[in-house]
Design a protein around this ligand. Structure first.
Ligand code: ADP
Length: 381
């Protein structure tokens, strides 16, 4: 204890702390005024020691301050003056003459004769912190407003895609049906050219029908998703595999899998996610017997799923493009499809707060990865 006292006086510790310190007697006479306060207030200790603090700062005579000082002088709880309500209880200035923002605490300290208390004011400068918080809050506000705008325009686009695809279905069905009827009824009554034109028209209408159908499915991922529930991925995979059973048998596909976890998810969307990736793994097979490995591991609070195939592979330049809606790398003659499958997969993983990506090498096969949080904060979207 004496060591501490010695160090305090010998090294004059109160002058080396980045905190303003002022010791007051019950009659508000200043007993100590450290160097920090001298610098901040421009009032030297020669001027203020043994003088009444209230002569320098008359606003402290207000009853709201007096009552809290008296609470301390009678040995009560410390008085804390928050920076929000009292940013400069003792006005202190920055070199540019702006007021510092402070948090002031006043503590009771037993006095020399042991039958009363002094009040020790400790003044902490939090101007920098406040500035940083303000910058951060402004940045946060900007981001939140961009986020809101993005969400609004996404919802608008989704709504547009839904309405357009939904409302276009009916007239398109009519066009397809009537061009098909035209073909059937007049097949032998027209020349070869006319027959070919009718075939093109039917083919075009049917293609448009399947594009519109896919667009509708895509826009429904966000609009009509089910709420999230505990979902056993083993069951999900079983359902996806049984939906693909015929294709698996026809192509003699070999599938092996890790045991899969239970997650919070929209079950039918998870089935669709597995099914789309597995379907592609078989569709884009090479000359070899298709071999698919489904794996999972825990990583940074997420389940990281992987579906590895030994198919034709994809060149790296297309890794992002294939997740865009209606983007394909092959003609319909080479491989059937509309280019919506992976776009749907991406939307499903996003809705589940996860990500999807791939690693692949042309001619050597691909691995698709996707993540699902292990602990989903929101039970539903
Ligand atoms: P689609 O299969 O109808 O074309 P997708 O969105 O499912 O639509 O896939 C987009 C493109 O990504 C495909 O056209 C194909 O070129 C490529 N692709 C997807 N999965 C694989 C895979 N496992 N191996 C090789 N290419 C793939």
């Amino acid at each position: 204890m004496t060591q501490i006292l010695k160090a305090t006086t010998q090294f004059n510790l109160v002058d080396h702390v980045p905190v303003g310190l002022c010791l007051l007697r019950q009659d508000f006479v200043v007993l100590c005024w450290n160097r920090c306060l001298e610098n901040w207030t421009k009032i030297s200790r020669q001027e203020i020691i043994d003088r009444n603090l209230l002569d320098f700062f008359p606003h402290l005579k207000q009853p709201k301050y007096q009552s809290r000082f008296h609470q301390v002088f009678s040995g009560g709880f410390p008085a804390i003056f928050s920076p929000q309500l009292h940013p400069s209880l003792i006005p202190c200035f920055l070199p540019n003459e702006q007021r510092r923002i402070q948090q002031t605490t006043v503590n009771a300290i037993p006095n020399d004769d042991g039958n009363g208390y002094y009040a020790l004011m400790s003044i902490q400068d939090i101007t920098d912190l406040t500035d940083r918080i303000q910058i951060y809050q402004e940045e946060l506000k900007k981001r939140q407003s961009i986020q809101r705008e993005l969400e609004r325009s996404n919802a608008e686009l989704e709504n547009f895609a839904y309405l357009a695809s939904h409302d276009l279905q009916e007239p398109l069905r009519m066009v397809t049906t009537f061009t098909q009827m035209l073909g059937q009824r007049y097949k032998d009554k027209l020349d070869a050219d006319a027959n070919q034109i009718i075939d093109f028209a039917v083919d075009g209408a049917m293609r448009m029908q399947s594009l519109i159908h896919d667009l509708l499915v895509y826009s429904r991922v966000g609009r009509q998703g089910q709420s999230f529930e505990l979902t056993d991925c083993e069951e999900v995979l079983d359902t996806a595999l049984s939906n693909l059973q015929l294709l698996i048998e026809e192509t003699n596909t070999n599938i092996c899998q890790d045991s899969l976890p239970t997650v919070m998810a929209d079950k039918s969307q998870l089935v669709q996610l597995f099914q789309n990736i597995l379907n592609n793994a078989i569709k884009y097979r090479s000359e070899e017997q298709p071999n698919i490995k489904i794996g999972v591991r825990s990583e940074d609070g997420y389940w990281l799923f992987s579906i590895k195939d030994n198919g034709i592979g994809i060149s790296q330049q297309y890794f992002e493009r294939i997740f865009l809606i209606f983007q394909r790398l092959h003609t319909r003659q080479e491989y059937p499809g509309t280019g919506i499958g992976l776009a749907i997969c991406q939307k499903i993983t996003q809705r589940h707060q996860g990500k999807i990506w791939l690693e692949s090498e042309l001619g050597k096969g691909s691995t698709f990865y996707f993540t699902i949080p292990q602990f989903m904060s929101a039970m539903s979207e």
